[in-house]
Design a protein around this ligand. Sequence first.
Ligand code: CTP
Ligand code: MG
Length: 218
Amino acid sequence: MSHIENHVVWTIVVAAGSGTRFGGAKQFAQLGAGTVVEWAVHEVGKWSDGVVVVVLPGSVLSDGQVEGGSTRSESVRNGLKAVPTEATIVCVHDAARPFVTETVFSRVVNAVVNGADGAVPGIEVADTVKVIDANGQVVSTPDRATLRAVQTPQAFRAEMLRQAHDHDLQGTDDAAIVESLGGKVVVVQGDPLLRKITSRDDLDWARMTAHKMTEGEV
Ligand code: CTP
Ligand code: MG
């Protein structure tokens, strides 16, 4: 339950990727007592009025699950079709991020309650980032202080996200689509715990973290 007055919050968990960089469907890797996707769904379910899980085509097992598409944006679009019209705020979360904190979840949702079209968690970048061309030549070096590495859960005014996905647009996150339509997206403070599992190293980290959590060390 979201417990936010006058708002109905639904969350779409996208779990229909093939995990090319990982070398397999990382969202089904075992993590402590559950799988990576089970952790993500369990966490966001605590603060949502409803959850839609977007799974690999052919693996829909229960109510609340829908089939994904060939891109992340297509998977979100399929998930959105299963979100009831009464939802006023829709969050999108990567199944590959098993640890979600209530603090970050409420930060993104509250930013939307307070008037943003979208809100995303972001963290400062430690490395200098270069913009390069196809030959690897540096085009520019943005001021690091102005950069944020962005995570999920991302929250949106439901109407804005529906409108964004009415167009057949693609992006590595939903915020990029909302931004391209002129929506106001804000970055709130993220958390290193929201790290995404991309490679085997990330899964090792997640297993260590899950272990520490059960021991009460995190
Ligand atoms: N995702 C999805 N449908 C797709 C592609 C991605 O639901 N067609 C989901 C993934 O399951 C993941 C999240 O979007 O939870 C973030 O994507 P990413 O980390 O890129 O996962 P994959 O696309 O599976 O990995 P890769 O890019 O290495 O193939
Ligand atoms: Mg991908």
